[in-house]
Design a protein around this ligand. Sequence first.
Ligand code: TRP
Ligand code: SF4
Length: 327
Amino acid sequence: MKGRILSGMRPTGSLHIGHLSVLENWVQMQKEYETFFMVADWHALTTAFDDTETLNEKVRDMLLDWLSVGIDPGKSTVFIQSHIKEHAELHLLLSMVTPLSWLERVPTYKDQIQQLGKEGRDINTYGFLGYPLLQAADILVYRADTVPVGEDQLPHLEFSREVARRFNFLYDAHVFPEPQAKLSKLALLPGVDGRKMSKSYHNDISMTEDTEGINKKVRQMVTDPQRIRKDDPGDPEVCVVFTYHKIYNQEELKEIEKDCTAGTIGCVDCKKKLAVKIDGVLAPIREKRRELEKTPDLIDDVIGTGERKAKEAAESTMEKVWKAMGI
Ligand code: TRP
Ligand code: SF4
């Protein structure tokens, strides 16, 4: 039997090329697994509860991005978290058996409270504390065994396994498999300024960027700061442009490394080479998106079909849960 995958993303609006490697990973998995891909709109509310006006637009925008990269609603169940109320019910039932201390010690919890506190946002809420438990419910309600995520999500996966184990133990039942993380092999791409890529830092390259936009972003990338003149020898290992060449330009990598170290290629030319490569990757995605946008009902259809399929799977798990708990 095929393994079952569940993964999700918070709808942060149109995605950037850092998300692309995650999505390409999802696309590959459609062949080997039964795949469920979810828009985590409730999770978005845990930190942006006061910013709901554009939420629906962001959901649709992100779905278009998913489809243009090759997520195929014919193969995968593509759905919106808030449409499947079973997530909320399971979250509630699991909250009865989850020790508070487990939630408080999840490393992302204190980090994020602090981080957002610095930005003047107060997220000391019940909902935010419960973030990892909601995520556990997302996974467990489909009895998914595999969860493709980035490294930052590993503590949440560990937490989900603990909750699954505790439920199975308490009710002496094997309702939930313990979900395993599946890390994508691709390296994390930095933003053009070398910090973490994020729309809020304005250092991202959007997946929908056109050729001119890509050129502009690549021109902004920080290079080896020791390199002042064109023929100064450079150190590619400290250069953001080179980090991108490693991912998008394997063919010329050795040559660029050699020429940079020898001071025989200028950063302007080096950047031009990269911009062409990135455009080569994004052009077909833009094209597909334009194609998809011609069918206005498409996203509604995808959401409707996904909802039906997800609901069926979630309901069948909830029956097992009720039976185990005797309710
Ligand atoms: N927490 C995940 C993130 O920020 C999003 C998410 C919500 C998720 N529910 C999930 C990922 C379930 C995997 C499985 O990226
Ligand atoms: Fe970076 Fe290329 Fe300039 Fe070397 S030549 S510092 S790799 S941009």
